[in-house]
Design a protein around this ligand. Structure first.
Ligand code: NAD
Length: 547
């Protein structure tokens, strides 16, 4: 992997960066044609998904199918599952690759990820979108904004953030030259990714790798095809062997092994709060064992609110609740899941919501007319089905619209709106991660109390939004809810953060808030060294006051 970099005497400036345009896949558009062909191809050619360790395909023969959620009797192929021996191999490969990769010039590393972004923008766009549509049951629009646009943005913007970090240098004086060497961490990074965003799956291993680290990557068991194709794309873009090592397998087992390794140097996790808490405990138990104190980044769950104030634009609020609550079946960490509505506007909002929700079609995402596909697996389906049944039985909740579930062909849960009288019920506090939105009305004149209630109802603090026109009301919400959301929206849905525009992440039980898609995240993957060089060093130890 060592490269003779002969042309180091140059200042390199990266090409300018803008957000990747989102294609619309309208009927008769060329992108729709290509997308349909890619879906057919992937559907009819099951893929074998080996582990990728030190750049080589590793087959264990222990196989796990990649089930299609909206058609659960079919699969996209089989992945090989790692055991302890393969995890050990992957850690060793990452440690070996560290020696060279950590010394690569930054612009050479950037070139690999910029190339990956361009490959994804064209040739790989349809492959990765197809894997995300079929493997995770996203509609074409949801796949496009995730596995194409956001993934490309992460790669291009991260290169720019890296350039800005390296350019940030201390002041020097006439006799002293100071500089900072932004070293990679001394060891490997464990990246553990969730099922719900292909772009997050791609970002978790590549952000540390871009900064010169080497990585053990454990993707979600329910998003294996997306991981398989991301890895193949990165290899085509020229990622050297061993820099990212992909292992499918049981999260608890892989993490237990990786977190007890002396060379473990960082965790880049996105997923549920309880899994992250378990990982934090393990790191704590191993404290003192590591070569250096590990960097821990964990972006986790949410119970995201929408406030509809009496002065709100009701049609805009209804559209935002429908998109924010039900797109991708409510399986976005940022999804709207608790709604607070002023009593005076509830009848009108309720009618607008019912009108919209009753027209939502749910079904296989390969039929482009559908707004929603299936939830990710049977466990998720059973959880949502149970929550809806609980609402039916409860004396405090009423199903306003929806409530239908069906798992005969795929794991379908229809968009469901539930009104409650109990502001602290599970409906308003727990993350269901499905298309279930809880709703509570409040007396118009008790807006101040409402803000306090929202602030202390849930342990999470990821996203939230307010629909209002009165500036004083908007200002009060921004102030009182300062710590209730890491991403706050005014007259907009609480989902859909864009890399480079709304750095994303939450506090409290929602994570370490290291803001994916911003310079803040990348700074976590470097451990700076300050270098001071004195040009004309003193030769007399005594100070002037002594003479
Ligand atoms: P999850 O916690 O079930 O799984 C995440 C990853 O952890 C997967 O790779 C899984 O295999 C692994 N894992 C599971 N159990 C483990 C264990 N005991 N030890 C180690 N690893 C383990 O989450 P998910 O269902 O894939 O994703 C949904 C969750 O992720 C939701 O809570 C959602 O809010 C959150 N999320 C947060 C953000 C954010 O930016 N804050 C973004 C996306 C998703």
């Amino acid at each position: 992997m060592s490269l003779p970099f002969l042309h180091e005497n140059r200042m390199q400036v990266l090409p300018p960066v803008t957000n990747e345009p989102v294609l619309d896949y309208g009927s008769n558009s060329p992108e729709r044609e290509r997308m349909l062909r890619a879906l057919d191809d992937m559907r009819s050619n099951p893929v074998e998904m080996p582990l990728i360790i030190d750049g080589k395909a590793v087959r264990t023969g222990r196989l796990d199918p990649a089930v299609i959620p909206h058609e659960h009797r079919s699969s996209l192929g089989q992945a090989h599952i790692a055991g302890a021996a393969e995890v050990e191999q992957a850690i060793s490969a990452a440690n070996r690759a560290h020696k060279d990769w950590s010394r690569w010039p930054w612009a050479e590393r950037a070139a690999i990820f910029l190339r990956a972004a361009d490959l994804l923008s064209e040739k790989w766009r349809y492959i990765l979108n197809a894997a995300t549509m079929l493997g995770q049951s996203k509609t074409v629009h949801q796949a496009e904004i995730d596995s194409a646009a956001e993934m490309i943005d992460f790669w291009r913007f991260n290169c720019h953030f890296m350039q800005r970090i390296y350019a940030d240098q201390p002041i020097s004086t006439s006799n002293v030259w100071n500089h900072v060497d932004y070293r990679p961490l001394e060891g490997f990074v464990l990246a553990v990714s969730p099922f719900n965003f292909t772009s997050i799956a791609g970002n978790l291993p590549t952000a540390p790798a871009l900064m010169g680290n080497t990585v053990l990557w454990k993707p979600s068991t329910t998003a294996k095809p997306a991981a398989h194709f991301i890895m193949a794309l990165l290899q085509e873009a020229g990622l050297p062997d061993g820099v990212i090592n992909l292992v499918y397998g049981d999260g608890a087992q892989v993490a237990q092994q990786a977190l007890s390794d002396r060379a473990f140097a960082g965790l880049h996790f996105t997923g549920s709060t309880h899994v992250f808490n378990g990982l934090l405990r393990q790191v704590g138990e191993n404290a003192g064992k590591y070569r250096s104190h590990p960097r821990i980044v964990g972006e986790t769950g949410g119970k995201n609110f929408v406030i509809v104030h009496a002065g709100a634009d009701i049609e805009a609020a209804a559209t935002a609740i429908v998109r924010g609550g039900y797109e991708y079946q409510g399986q976005k960490c940022s999804a709207a899941s608790r709604i607070y509505v002023a009593e005076s506007v509830w009848p009108k909002l309720r009618e607008s919501l019912c009108d919209r929700i009753n027209t939502i079609s749910v079904g296989p995402v390969t039929e482009f007319r559908h707004f929603m596909g299936a939830v990710i697996d049977e466990r998720a389906w059973a959880k949502h089905d149970g929550a809806i049944e609980h609402a039916r039985q409860s004396g405090t909740d009423r199903i306003v619209v929806g409530g239908k579930t069906d798992k005969s062909e795929g794991y379908f849960v229809h968009p469901t709106l539930i009104q409650t009288d109990d502001a602290r019920s599970r409906l308003m506090t727990d993350e269901f991660f499905g298309p279930i939105v809880g709703c509570k009305t409040y007396p118009d004149e008790r807006f101040d109390e409402l803000l306090q209630l929202i602030d202390d109802t849930s342990e999470y603090a990821l996203t939230g939004s307010i629909f209002a026109t009165d500036r004083a009301i908007i200002g009060e919400a921004i102030n009182t809810l300062r710590n209730a959301a890491g991403n706050f929206y005014v007259n907009d849905k609480p989902t859909g953060a864009v890399v480079g525009q709304q750095p994303f992440g939450g506090g409290r039980a929602s994570g370490t808030n290291d803001k994916a898609g911003s310079i803040l995240n990348l700074t976590r993957w470097t451990t700076p060294r300050s270098i001071k060089e004195t040009f004309n060093a003193p030769v007399d130890y005594r100070y002037p006051y002594m003479l």
